[in-house]
Design a protein around this ligand. Structure first.
Ligand code: ACO
Length: 454
C-alpha cells in the first residue's frame, strides 16, 4: 500500500476547565508564572465520572460515528496510554465492548505504555501493520488518551486530559514519510509512577526538561542525517525543510524553547565558517565553540536563539499550540493535539496546508522519543474532508464550563481519595459532560467498572 498515514482524526477533551490566572492567585504564586512563564491559559480536568476507559470509549465511538466507520472495517486497534487502572487488563479490552456486539473480535493490537510516548509507539505499530505482509485491507484505529494530574505544587498547572483516535490506512491525506523515523531512548528517572495506588507521578521537573531537550537534540540530528542520506542533493535542510514543526507539549513555553533549540542545532551543524558568518552575523563568534550538553539551562544561549527563531516559531509552531494552551498536557495525545491544532488553524482553507511538510517530535519520560515527518497531501478534496470533520473543535472549546480553583482542588481530592475504591458510585455531575460522553457509572466489589453514555 502507498501513502500510508492518518485518514481521520478525532479528539475529546474535558468539558470542565480551570483558568490559569485564577490558579496563580489561588496558589499564591506571582502573577504570570503559569500564563506567561509556562504559556498556559486554561487546564482541562475530569471529575471522578471519567477515567481512561470512558475517555477512550467516547473518542472511539465519536470517530466511528463522524467518519461512518463500521466495526467490521477495523482490523487493528491499538491504544497508547500511561493512565493505568486495572494494571493487567488493557484499555483495548474495554474498547472491545464497541466491537464484540457486531461480531468483530478478530482485532490485532494491544496497549502500549511509556509515559507520553505510548501513542506514537501505537501509531507506528499501526503504520507498520498496514505496510506489512499481515495487512488484510481493513483499517487500523489508534487511540491515545490520558488523564494528567499532579499533586499540589509546582507541577499541578501542567496537567490536562484528553483522548485522540486516528484512523490509519493507505491513500491518506497525512502521509508518514518513510526512512526518516529517528529514535532516541535511554534510561532516566525523570518522571514515573511508582506508587500504584495514586494517579500522581513522581517528577524530577528540572531533570525532565533536560531529558526532553537532550532527546530533541539527538532525534533532530539523527533525522537530519537520515534525511540527507535519502536526499543527497537537497539544498534545503534543517529547520527550513519543514513548513511546520509540532512537539509533545508539557507546556507551551517549553515548545518555544524547543524550536530555539533546533535553531541552535542548525547553527552548530553549519560547519562552513563563512556560511555561519553569513547566516548568524551577530553572534557567530561568541557561540562558535559551545557544546549542546552545556546549554540546557544556559540563559544567554536560550535568549539568543529564542530571539533568533521567534519569527519561525510564530509561523511554523505557534499554530499547533492552541489545544495545549487551552487544555494542557494530555500526555500521549499531546503531540497529536498539536497536529489537530495545526489542521484547524487553517480554518478549513486547504491552500494553507496542501503539500506541506510537517516535522513531529514525540517524547515520553523514562525515556523514549522520536522525530519523524508527515507529508500533507496535495489532493485538495481529500484534505478538505479531513478539515471539515474537525470543524467542531474550536466551538467545543468555548462550550466548556469554567470551575473555580477551590472547586477544582476539591474535585481533585475526590479523585485522589476514591481512585481505587470499590462499591463506588462517582459523585461528579453527569449533566456537565458533553452529550455523547461515556462516564463511569459504578465500580463494584470486584473493581469491575460499568459505563453509561450521556
Ligand atoms: N511572570 C512570568 N514568568 C514567570 C513568573 C512570572 N511572574 N514567575 C516565574 N516565571 C517563569 C520562570 O522564569 C520560568 O521560566 P524560564 O524557565 O523560562 O525561566 C517559568 O515561569 C516556570 O517557573 P519555574 O520557577 O521554573 O517553575 P517551577 O520550577 O516551579 O515548575 C516545572 C516548572 C518544573 C516545569 C513544573 O511545572 C513541573 O515539574 N512540571 C511537570 C514536569 C514536566 O512537564 N516536564 C516536561 C517534560 S516531561 C513531561 O512531559 C511530563
Amino acid at each position: 500500500p502507498s501513502d500510508v498515514g492518518i485518514l481521520g482524526i478525532e479528539l475529546v477533551f474535558p468539558s470542565l476547565f480551570v483558568d490559569q490566572t485564577e490558579l496563580e492567585q489561588f496558589d499564591g504564586v506571582s502573577a504570570g508564572k503559569y500564563t506567561v512563564g509556562l504559556g498556559q491559559d486554561r487546564m482541562g480536568f475530569c471529575t471522578d465520572r471519567e477515567d481512561i476507559n470512558s475517555l477512550c470509549l467516547t473518542v472511539v465511538s465519536n470517530l466511528m460515528k463522524r467518519y461512518d466507520v463500521k466495526p467490521k472495517d477495523i482490523g487493528r486497534l491499538e491504544v497508547g496510554t500511561e493512565t493505568i487502572i486495572d494494571k493487567s487488563k488493557s484499555v483495548k479490552s474495554v474498547l472491545m465492548q464497541l466491537f464484540e456486539p457486531h461480531g468483530v473480535t478478530d482485532l490485532e493490537g494491544i496497549d502500549t505504555t511509556n509515559a507520553c510516548y505510548g501513542g506514537t509507539a501505537a501509531l507506528f505499530n499501526a503504520i507498520n501493520w498496514v505496510e506489512s505482509s499481515n495487512y488484510d485491507g481493513r483499517l487500523a484505529l489508534v487511540v491515545c488518551g490520558d488523564i494528567a494530574v499532579y499533586a499540589k505544587g509546582s507541577a499541578r498547572p501542567t496537567g490536562g486530559a484528553g483522548a485522540i483516535a486516528m484512523l490509519v490506512g493507505p491513500n491518506a491525506p497525512l502521509v508518514f514519510d518513510r526512512g526518516v523515523r529517528s529514535i532516541y531512548m535511554k534510561h532516566a528517572y525523570d518522571f514515573y509512577k511508582p506508587d500504584l495506588s495514586s494517579e500522581y507521578p513522581t517528577v524530577d521537573g528540572k531533570l525532565s526538561i533536560q531529558c526532553y531537550l537532550s532527546a530533541l537534540d539527538n532525534c533532530y540530528r539523527l533525522y537530519h542525517q537520515k534525511y540527507q542520506r535519502l536526499h543527497p542533493n537537497a539544498t534545503v535542510i534543517g529547520l527550513n525543510q519543514f513548513d511546520a514543526l509540532i512537539f509533545h507539549t508539557p507546556y507551551c513555553k517549553l515548545v518555544q524553547k524547543s524550536l530555539a533549540r533546533i535553531s541552535l542545532n542548525d547553527f552548530l551543524l553549519t560547519s562552513d565558517s563563512q556560511k555561519r558568518k553569513e547566516l548568524y552575523p551577530t553572534f557567530y563568534e561568541k557561540y562558535d565553540s559551545i557544546k549542546l550538553e552545556d546549554t540546557y539551562f544556559d540563559r544567554d544561549v536560550e535568549k539568543i536563539f529564542m530571539d533568533y527563531s521567534k519569527g519561525t516559531f510564530n509561523e511554523k509552531t505557534k499554530p499547533s499550540l492552541l489545544l495545549a494552551n487551552q487544555v494542557g498536557n494530555m500526555y500521549t495525545p499531546s503531540v497529536y493535539s498539536g497536529l489537530v491544532s495545526l489542521l484547524i488553524s487553517a480554518d478549513a482553507d486547504v491552500s494553507k496546508l496542501n503539500g506541506r511538510h510537517v516535522g513531529v517530535f514525540s517524547y515520553g519520560s523514562g525515556l523514549a522519543s522520536t522525530m519523524y515527518s508527515i507529508s500533507i497531501t496535495s489532493d485538495s478534496s481529500k484534505l478538505q474532508s479531513l478539515l471539515d470533520k474537525l470543524s467542531y473543535v474550536k466551538p467545543l472549546l468555548e462550550q466548556r464550563t469554567k470551575i473555580s480553583p477551590e472547586q477544582f482542588t476539591s474535585l481533585m481530592e475526590t479523585r485522589a481519595h476514591n481512585s481505587h475504591r470499590t462499591n463506588y458510585e462517582p459523585s461528579g455531575d453527569v449533566s456537565m459532560l458533553f452529550p455523547g460522553t461515556y462516564y463511569l457509572k459504578f465500580v463494584d466489589d470486584m473493581h469491575r467498572r460499568t459505563y453509561e453514555k450521556r
